[in-house]
Design a binder for this molecule. Structure first.
Ligand code: PLP
Length: 554
């Protein structure tokens, strides 16, 4: 449903879209023949600003489609509520360092022959009600297959559903099978054939995060009696369930980190859930000073990211200097945007991701007295935040407001900035420019997390709860630090936050802040290990290679 392709194209909301883009960028690096399909989102996700009371405001984020994309002449049609809805595709080319090109098609219903409401179906990412969402998934899944065929892509050997949003593509593929056999109904063989063609990746460790639609709604939008007639394939609990549809019609299913696969396996016991841990695209997320460093010491790093293991050979002083340059770029931006007056020589923590409640962005402010005393007695701390809450997520918006309240209360002791409108360029600037990347999700809800991988690549260690990818990437005191006690289970989420905050303060107090100010050599050691051990592994070139071997061609 979302792909982050370029700065200035607001066609994504967060990690899911960045991952989709990074996957295709790695495919272009490695000459893996792939095609991306998504929706155009002509009005963008939304433009975020924060008002003087600390409350998030949203505005449409319209962009000039023609500046980025090429319109294609082919058209496809889907039927919605009995009406034909025409689709157009816009093409974006992702080019790898060796010149190999991966095309992405962005589907658009904004054509004069469609009715006014139908023309808006591809305007808003995650906007509207269930009906709007289902219509979008019809356009993406069914329309996506039909557009690929209209564009002449008849020889696709695998379809990868990235989350349940695209699961209706299975219905279009079943139609093709039945049509080939001159049948009107689907046979068991059709289902087996389609399953061979499909791969499904789940990203959400909670049942509430999975799209489902009542059969009344499905019948009014789609008029496809097969869905109700084959509940074992399409439905769960009497509803069309996009995750279960993906699970039922894929020959390979995976979660996005080892822990997430385990959690998903417990949620979906009748399917085998394997794991392929996420990555990030190194060429995209290495900051300019770090790129220059890699160019000097690690030739070929862009085309082959495994070369980054050689970062252990880079002199520590050079890593420090490149990092300080990346930090200067960030601090200048923060000071220009917010007037925070941040200092290049102060320990800077970073936290940026969607402002969803489970990410607990405000955990650092659980006990202001405690935080103040760390900054006062051990060494100055400053914190840079960014992140959007979904427009209907008031609890997420309340977290942003809480951070801004803490900023006010701490204004004489700790400099805090909240950068508005988090996006790709800010993600790059932030993950490379802070000194320590903070992550405080409520386990096991962080399926993977990827921003800590971007930080590691740039020599920025994580201080994080042991969840998602960090369970695999964490080596205590070597690649970063865990916020953990390795002790008893907490009684409730509130107790858990109480306990996690305590361990966060202890790690800052006893390890991270003293190391930064009193043993710079040892701190840079951690930076270099983060780069060499995690930067060389948690990238999408490794991830795509795993998908090719384990999922696509098994
Ligand atoms: C990397 C990135 C994300 C995802 O970060 P997580 O740590 O996986 O939550 C979201 N938004 C932007 C703009 C990013 O660059």
């Amino acid at each position: 449903m979302e792909i982050a392709l370029a700065s200035g194209m607001p066609t994504y909301s967060g990690g899911l879209g960045v991952l989709a883009g990074d996957t295709l960028r790695a495919a272009a690096d490695m000459r893996v023949e792939m095609i991306g399909v998504t929706l155009l989102h002509r009005r963008g996700y939304f433009f975020q600003s924060i008002d003087e009371t600390g409350w998030q405001q949203e505005k449409p984020d319209a962009w000039v489609v023609e500046d980025f994309l090429q319109e294609l002449p082919q058209r496809a049609t889907v039927t919605i509520e009995g009406r034909p809805v025409r689709l157009r595709a816009w093409r974006y080319f992702i080019q790898g360092p060796g010149g190999f090109v991966v095309p992405v098609y962005l589907l658009d219903t904004d054509l004069p022959e469609n009715s006014a409401p139908d023309r808006e179906l591809t305007h808003y990412l995650y906007g509207g009600d269930d009906r709007y969402r289902l219509c979008q998934e019809v356009v993406l899944g069914i329309g996506g297959i039909r557009m690929l065929r209209a564009l002449g892509h008849d020889d696709i050997v695998r379809f990868h559903m990235n989350e349940g949003h695209a699961s209706l593509l299975t219905l279009a593929l079943l139609d093709e099978q039945a049509e080939k056999a001159n049948r009107k109904t689907f046979s068991k063989e059709d289902i087996d054939e389609v399953r061979e063609l499909c791969v499904f990746t789940t990203h959400t460790p909670v049942p509430a995060g999975h799209d489902q639609f009542t059969l009344d709604l499905v019948n009014s939008v789609l008029e496809r009696p097969e869905i109700g007639a084959m509940p074992e394939t399409f439905c769960f609990d009497g509803m069309l369930n996009m995750t279960h549809l993906g699970l039922n019609l894929a020959h390979y299913i995976n979660g996005v980190a080892k822990k997430h696969a385990e959690v998903s396996q417990n949620m979906f016991r009748t399917h085998v859930i394997e794991s392929i841990t996420n990555g990030i695209h190194v060429g995209t997320f290495a900051s300019p000073p770090i790129q220059a460093l890699f160019n000097r010491y690690l030739p070929g790093w862009r085309a082959d990211n495994f070369v980054l293991r050689g970062a252990m050979k880079i002199p520590k002083q050079e890593i420090w200097d490149a990092h300080q340059e990346a930090k200067r770029l960030l601090i200048e931006h923060v000071n220009a945007e917010t007037g925070a007056g941040m200092d290049l020589d102060h320990l800077t923590l970073g936290f940026a991701r969607r402002a969803a409640t489970y990410k607990r962005a405000d955990l650092l402010f659980h006990d202001l007295k405690r935080l103040r005393s760390i900054a006062k007695n051990i060494g100055p701390i400053q914190v840079v935040y960014a992140g959007k809450a979904h427009p209907r997520d008031d609890a997420g918006k309340a977290i942003i407001r809480h951070i801004l309240q803490a900023k006010k209360e701490l204004r004489y002791e700790i400099k805090i900035a909240y950068l508005e409108n988090y996006r790709l360029e800010l993600g790059k600037l932030l993950t490379a420019g802070v000194d320590v990347w903070l992550n405080t999700p409520l386990p096991p809800l962080e399926a993977s997390g990827t921003s800590g991988m971007k930080a590691a690549l740039n020599g920025v260690p994580s201080l994080s709860i042991l969840d998602g990818w960090w369970i695999e990437g964490h080596i205590e005191g070597i690649t970063g630090w865990a916020i953990a006690d390795h002790g008893s289970e907490p009684a409730s989420p509130a107790d858990e936050s109480e306990r996690d905050a305590e361990y966060l303060y202890r790690k800052l107090e006893n390890l991270v802040v003293p190391l930064y100010y009193q043993d710079r050599e040892a701190f840079v050691d951690v930076m270099r290990h983060a780069m060499a051990i995690n930067g060389s592994f948690f990238h999408t070139q490794r991830m795509v290679a795993e998908y090719v071997l384990k999922a696509y061609f098994r």
